[in-house]
Design a binder for this molecule. Structure first.
Ligand code: OGA
Ligand code: NI
Length: 357
C-alpha cells in the first residue's frame, strides 16, 4: 500500500481556484451521493457541551474534580466539547487564524511552492486519499508537523506572510501546553495515573500536527461537503474554528448537529487513539463540514497524536474479564495509512479494527 502514496492519482485542482473562477455549477467530482449531502434539516435546539477550564488546575480539590467530571461526561456522551477559559491568548488565536487567511489569499504560484504529496502530506494540499476517481471534498488545506521536534521543519512551513512561521511556533507551544492539561484531566477521569495518556503518546516525543483547512465559497453547497464524515485518527484534536461562520457538524444519535462556535473557544474532540486506549469508554465521534455560498471559512485543527511508532492498545487498567480489550495493539503509523489511502470514511477504520480482533 505504501507504494500508492508516492504521488496523487490525477492532476490536483485547487478548490479555491475553482471557487474564484466564478463557476455557477460545481464539477461532478465534488457532487456527493444524495445520502451524504447536507440535509439542511431543521436544527434541533441542542449543542455540544461547553466546559469552563478555569478550575482545571485550581488547588481547590472540589472545583478541580468538578471540571474533570464535566470533561469526562462530555467525552462519553459527545466525544466533543467547546473549551472556554483555556488560558490561551485570544489575540494570539485571532492573529494566527488571520495569518493563515492571508496565506490562502496569496497568489496561487506562491502557495504552489508548498504543494504536497501523499508520502507525508506536509504542505499545501487539496485532497485526502489517493483513490483514482474518488469524489472530492470542497476544501484546500495546509498540513505540517509540529512535534516531535525532529519531525519539525519550519522550512516546509509557509515563507509568506512573513510572520507566519513565528506565529505557528508561538501558537503551537501554547496549544501543546493545553493538550498536556487536557490529557491529564482525561487520564484522571478514566481512573488512570495523571501522566498515563501523555506517556503512552510518547511523553516528550508526543506527536502534534497542524492542519489548516480552507473552505472556499461554494455555488452549490447543498450538493457537496467541505470535509466528508470522519473521526480523527489521532489522539485528541483542538480545533480553532472561524469566528463568525459555522460549518462543523457532529453526529449525535444518527443526526447531524451544527456546532455554533462560542467566541474564543477551542472545540476539543476525542480521536480514535483515545478510543482505543480507553477501551472505548471514550469514543471518537463522526463529524463533517458543510460549506456555504456566502463566505470562505478557515479552521485550524491541531492534532495531538501518539509518537508514530509506538504500539497503541487499551490501558491494562481498563481491561478486565468483564470488559476484555476491544483492540489489538497497532502503531499510529500503520493506523493512519488507511485514511491517507482511502480518505475520510466515517468510523469504518476503528470499527474494522474492533471486529478483527
Ligand atoms: C479536521 C476537521 C473541522 C473543521 O480537520 O479533522 O474535522 O471545522 N475539521 O474544519
Ligand atoms: Ni476532524
Amino acid at each position: 500500500m505504501m507504494n500508492c502514496l508516492q504521488s496523487w492519482p490525477e492532476p490536483v485542482v485547487r478548490v479555491q481556484s475553482l471557487s474564484e473562477s466564478g463557476i455557477q455549477a460545481i464539477p461532478e467530482r465534488y457532487i456527493k451521493p444524495p445520502s451524504d449531502r447536507p440535509g439542511f434539516e431543521k436544527q434541533e435546539h441542542v449543542d455540544i457541551p461547553v466546559v469552563d477550564l478555569k478550575n482545571l488546575f485550581s488547588h481547590d480539590h472540589t472545583l478541580h474534580e468538578e471540571t474533570v467530571k464535566l470533561i469526562s461526561s462530555a467525552c462519553k456522551e459527545w466525544g466533543f466539547f467547546q473549551a472556554v477559559n483555556h488560558g490561551i491568548s485570544h489575540e494570539l488565536m485571532k492573529r494566527t487564524r488571520e495569518v493563515w487567511r492571508e496565506f490562502f489569499n496569496l497568489p496561487l504560484e506562491v502557495k504552489q511552492e508548498h504543494a504536497n504529496a501523499p508520502t507525508t502530506y506536509e504542505g499545501y494540499g487539496s485532497r485526502l486519499g489517493v483513490q483514482k476517481g474518488a469524489i472530492l471534498d470542497w476544501s484546500d488545506y495546509f498540513f505540517l508537523h509540529y512535534l516531535p521536534v525532529y519531525l519539525r521543519n519550519p522550512n516546509k512551513w509557509p515563507s509568506l506572510p512573513l510572520s507566519c512561521r513565528d506565529l505557528i511556533s508561538e501558537y503551537g507551544a501554547e496549544v501543546v501546553k493545553l493538550c498536556g492539561r487536557l490529557l491529564k484531566a482525561m487520564s484522571i477521569s478514566l481512573g488512570l495515573k495523571e501522566d498515563y495518556l501523555q506517556n503512552a503518546f510518547g511523553g516528550e516525543d508526543i506527536g502534534a500536527c497542524l492542519r489548516v483547512n480552507f473552505y472556499p465559497k461554494c455555488p452549490q453547497p447543498d450538493l457537496t461537503l467541505g470535509l466528508s464524515s470522519h473521526s480523527d485518527p489521532g489522539g485528541m484534536t483542538l480545533l480553532l474554528p472561524d469566528h463568525d461562520i459555522a460549518g462543523l457538524q457532529v453526529r449525535k444519535n444518527g443526526k447531524w448537529i451544527t456546532v455554533k462556535p462560542v467566541p474564543n473557544a477551542f472545540i476539543v474532540n476525542v480521536g480514535d487513539q483515545i478510543q482505543v486506549m480507553s477501551n472505548a469508554i471514550y469514543k471518537s465521534v463522526e463529524h463533517r463540514v458543510i460549506v456555504n455560498s456566502v463566505k470562505d471559512r478557515v479552521s485550524l485543527a491541531f492534532f495531538c497524536n501518539p509518537k508514530s511508532d509506538l504500539l497503541i492498545e487499551p490501558a491494562k487498567e481498563l481491561v478486565s474479564e468483564d470488559r476484555p480489550a476491544l483492540y489489538s495493539p497497532m502503531t499510529f503509523d500503520e493506523y493512519r495509512l488507511y485514511i491517507r489511502t482511502y480518505g475520510p470514511c466515517g468510523k469504518t477504520q476503528v470499527e474494522f479494527s474492533e471486529s478483527n480482533r
